[in-house]
Design a protein around this ligand. Sequence first.
Ligand SMILES: [Zn+2]
Ligand SMILES: [Zn+2]
Length: 547
Amino acid sequence: MKITFLGAARTVTGSCYVLECEHARFAIDCGMHQGNRVIEARNWDENGMYRPEALDFILLTHAHIDHSGLLPRLAAKGFKGRVHTTAPTRDLLTIMLEDSARIQETDAQWRSTKKLRAGDPPVEPLYTVEQAQKVLKQLKIEEYNAAFEPAPGIRVVFNDAGHILGSAFIELWIKEGEEETKLVFSGDLGRPNQLLVRNPETVEHADFLFLESTYGSRNHKNEAQSRQELAEAIAYSYERGEKVIIPAFAVERTQELLYSFYLLRKEGKLPEDLPVYVDSPLAIKATEIFRRHWDYYDHETKQRVKSGENPLEMPNLRFSLSVEESRAINSSQGPAIVIAGSGMANAGRIKHHLRHNIWKPGASIVFVGFQAEGTPGRRIVDGAQTIRILGEELSVKAKVFTIGGFSGHAGQSQILDWLSHFRNPDVQVYLIHGEHSGQKVLAELIREKFKFTVHIPDYLDECLLEKGGRFELTARPSLAAPRIDWEYLLEETTDKLDQVRERVEFIQRMGLSNQVEIRGNLLDINARFTSILSELMFEQKRKGDKA
Ligand SMILES: [Zn+2]
Ligand SMILES: [Zn+2]
């Protein structure tokens, strides 16, 4: 049997692992690649690695777009099989895939207008709303802890991963000839003691374990401490009459936050006159789905709901659906809490809220989720003095809080705890869904503590899975990371600048309005250089500080 890592290998987005065995070719997850332009190009599958027409079925761990976002694309390109998943995941997908498709359509439209104006053909969206709605018909609901057979010789069990509502880790038994091999895919593994969902279930045996490692090198503070920190952020900006801005995933992180505010209010730490805005149509719809699926909550929350409480509701909670309502928050004076997406501040309404508040000394920016490399969120967390948002260089004067204790992912020690339940010492561990630096730390710890074999596969790596067999890996470094020809790029840029310089005398003889226009364009280029340099110097300083 063979596995190919089509995403979330040494990165955190684009989760997709394709397995080929005697009876079937299928995928675990099919997420969107997110981050910068190079990473997002992977969504278009120019290397033809997904071969959707040749996939028999897909097992889906949870609804987050970095695990589910390519489903409409695969179906549109010929995938005809079933997508097995849980009931809450199915319901969440109905809103999330459509939302994702709308973003794709708007993005393509915007790019097309630019292209058309330049005389080029329009840009196709990655997928359309119609395609997103169509793939929903291929979803098949499975229950936790109940085995099913998606193909002959393949047995599957979904277990509660405690990450978001309906999230699962997957046990897989694959029979080839007389031999049965057991695989476990952790999906995103939840942090124990999250407010809404149950703690992750555990498992005792696997021949091959594919383990997420988002927080491979870090531990979280505990829940009470984290809630206290949130209260501090609120008090800080409330006293100064400014806003608390919280970038958050629409699904699960936003609801956990609402629950935290509900608890803070009970503890008397949330001012009664402080409005809490959820500025995300997706989060609002997701909250409705959460309320409907309360039977998937953990015991304590279920008890609350049964006794008539609603931890996702408060008198000062306001939902803003329309763009006008969203704008109104920015023009409103006085303190407020604003939750908006995206969680890593690289898209969505949060960018507008940051632009209006990040330069204000009394405001707070609170990060409650993982910030991937290359995102604005990560740069702010790392202490950038200025940040480019919506084409504008902004000074970071707001107070920045990073509260790991609200994460939906297990921290380092919690991953190790989960791993300690495995009873067979010959389990082979593949670390996935994490950044390489953190994965190396975690791999060392696992080897030391449990003596397990650990591999860290890279994007597009292919691996033979032979029980007790040797580790045979095919790497595709050239496909995975196309080389950037810096030499050529820099030479070309210098060359063009020289050509302009040679024409300075000619420029000076031009009319004033022409000169002003050329000066404007050069000033723009100059500003971009300043921004590139300030980012480089910031990164150099950070790397230097670490060393
Ligand atoms: Zn997730
Ligand atoms: Zn994930």
